[in-house]
Ligand binder design. Structure first.
Ligand code: HAM
Length: 480
């Protein structure tokens, strides 16, 4: 047993898993990018006050936050979600509304780990600020729906509800308080009732079932305006052929919601973890963070749970793009340096063996790599300026001896790859290529697993890089 392991609820994502991760993020980036959303990257760490606005009656804020004092004695927290950070960014930078952004990144909640529930988990999501139009609610829900459709998930269902205006919600909360006070509830729900009567509706415990089934529903408390807003959302979804079930007791776990709320549920995880993603309107949140009154709506989809659902539904097959070539060099290893560099510079993917292994051992590695071709350099080939190109599967053609100057063209033709625009230095020429020299018409030159035509946002904590919002002067830190 090694001295150190990952902390509970936190995992390493090894290459096979992170490849699916990138594919999922690529599909999401395509769907929301095509709808005019731009990517936002906010810090992993914020002043605790940003997240306190999520609501002091939510477990996320009161029990699950990773918060601490930094070396400048500032009370900070790792973000438990990204909506509050996006609203903080809006209040800070005051972009022109409507502001449509998407994000992808890790969040932290100190929850009890189990299947589909982690302490570090990832979300992809969108937020739109500055639009108070029920048709936008339809667009936002439809984007998440389209993402699941593109991924190929078939067993995801959509539930919707309205929490009404704040006054409607307040009257409903009072009615729930009265109802539950006189009903039979378990001890845990009694405690929840003290803090947040809405959350009692989330209980899945047997002792609470009867009290919940007889509880009043929000529909009776909706103002005319809120009811009309909800009706527009429902009919809009209907128009798009998106099936949505109204779940009158859907409340969601965060306090900031008002009017439309929704959840996408998977058919395969435990009921406590079956929410693959969710969202809703949070019209007062920017204001609570010191910005102007601003309507807002968005959703976040759990990447971890969505991938579990993909596994359960058998969505992801093998990598779409294995390596193009594996270079086998039995004349010392130096030839493979040149050949792999030239192939990569031309926009093909290539790997090689190291440590002067035998031909047999190198061919074994070539097989294991999944490459579609082995490119072999032995003493005869070295002497004649050629290579042997060996297709690794039986049905992909004959083994050929090819002049090294023609290797790129031969492989491209065999792989039916259009390398138009790619630099294709002849093999044997110094293989110093800039990062863009490998540009090609399919995928990226750097990844053997990228989905064709998709952008590949950084995996996991990749949202810490790049030009973020400008930070105000931090004299406290400067002094240290
Ligand atoms: P949420 O319902 O707290 O909403 O989280 C959204 C999704 O993140 C969940 O449905 C789930 O898939 C995933 N998730 C949450 N906690 C965990 C966990 N401990 N382990 C694994 N996955 C988890 C929000 O975060 C809101 N910010 C959504 C939103 C955006 N509302 C408006 N805009």
């Amino acid at each position: 047993m090694p001295a150190f392991q990952t902390s509970p609820g936190m995992r390493d994502l090894l290459p096979e898993q992170s490849a699916r991760w990138r594919r999922l993020q690529g599909v999401f980036a395509d769907v929301v990018g095509a709808a005019g959303y731009g990517q936002i990257m906010t810090p992993l760490l914020e002043d605790i006050g940003v997240f306190a606005r999520i609501g002091d009656a939510t477990d996320v804020v009161t029990k699950e936050m990773y918060d601490f004092r930094d070396r400048g004695d500032r009370h900070v927290a790792l973000r438990p979600e990204m909506t509050a950070s996006v609203c903080r960014a809006y209040a800070q930078h005051r972009p022109t509304p409507p502001w449509k952004v998407w994000y992808s990144g890790s969040n932290f909640r100190y929850e009890k780990p189990q299947r589909g529930r982690f302490r570090q988990f990832d979300q992809v999501g969108v937020e739109v600020l500055g639009v108070d139009d029920a048709h936008l609610d339809v667009e936002v829900i439809a984007l998440a729906h389209e993402f699941y459709r593109r991924l190929g998930l078939r067993r995801v269902t959509l539930v919707v509800n309205s929490l009404g205006e704040p006054e409607d919600r307040a009257r409903y909360v009072e009615a729930l308080r009265t109802h539950f006070a006189g009903a039979q509830l378990g001890e845990q729900s009694r405690q929840t009732l003290e803090r947040n009567p809405l959350r009692v509706l989330d209980s899945k415990r047997d002792v609470d079932v009867e009290a919940i089934s007889t509880a009043p529903t929000i529909g009776e408390f909706l103002s005319d305006a809120a009811a009309e807003h909800f009706e527009t959302v429902r009919s809009g979804l209907d128009r798009l052929g998106i099936e949505a079930t109204v779940e009158a007791k859907l409340v969601r776990g965060l306090d900031y919601y008002r009017r439309t709320i929704f959840e996408f549920q998977g058919g395969t995880l435990d009921s406590a973890q079956n929410a693959l993603g969710g969202g809703g309107r949070y019209d007062g949140l920017v204001e609570a963070l010191g910005g102007p009154p601003t309507p807002g709506i968005g959703f976040a989809l759990g990447v971890d749970r969505t991938l579990l659902a993909c596994d359960d539904e058998g969505v992801f097959g093998p990598d779409e793009r294995p390596l193009d070539a594996f270079v086998v060099d039995v004349v010392g290893g130096g030839e493979a340096v040149e050949v792999t560099a030239a192939l990569r510079a031309a926009g093909l993917s290539a790997d090689r063996a190291y440590d002067g292994r035998s031909m047999k051992a190198q061919m074994k590695l070539a097989n294991r790599s999944g490459a579609s071709h082995a490119v072999i350099v032995g003493p005869d080939e070295l002497a004649s300026g050629t290579v042997v190109v060996k297709p690794m599967s039986r049905d992909s053609g004959e083994q050929r001896v090819v002049a090294r100057s023609e290797l790129v063209g031969h492989l491209a033709a065999s792989l039916r790859v259009d390398l138009a625009g790619a630099a294709s230095p002849s093999i044997g020429a110094p293989a110093v290529a800039g990062p863009d020299d490998g540009a090609r018409t399919r995928g990226t030159a750097t990844s053997g697993t990228a989905t064709p035509g998709t952008s590949t946002p950084d995996a996991r904590a990749g949202d810490t890089a790049g030009p973020g919002p400008s930070a105000p002067d931090d004299t406290k830190d400067d002094e240290r």
